[in-house]
Design a protein. Structure first.
Length: 115
């Protein structure tokens, strides 16, 4: 059987707190709506998973935390878009009152902190 394949490039996955995404925003549009617009405009699409996605972690001060998340995934051929995505995620972290956001790009995982 023949087929056609289109390479979408590098995949990036990040987790956002699911309950906070649903909270009303102080701006004209919700955070969820702004995230949707940003991802569509800059990456041409995205995938989101909701469900039983949760995590436990310990911060630098030894405090344990727990969170329930929604997982977002985007792909892009142009690696220069990664810093723009990280900056947007940092902005979301600030607006969601999150200390940091987990992101995985290829084999590398990191935490994005708002400056």
């Amino acid at each position: 059987m023949s087929y056609r394949e289109q390479n979408l490039g590098a995949a990036v996955v990040f987790l956002l707190p699911s309950l906070k995404l649903k909270e009303p925003s102080s701006g004209a549009s919700s955070l969820e709506s702004r995230l949707h617009t940003f991802l569509m405009d800059n990456f041409g699409g995205y995938t989101a998973q909701a469900g039983n996605i949760f995590g436990y972690w310990r911060d630098d001060r030894g405090r344990d935390s727990y969170g329930e998340h929604r997982e977002f995934s985007v792909a892009f051929v142009d690696d220069s878009k990664l810093p723009m995505l990280k900056a947007f995620i940092a902005k979301l972290a600030r607006e969601l009152a999150e200390e940091c956001i987990y992101i995985r790009a290829g084999q590398s995982a990191s935490l994005i902190y708002p400056a």
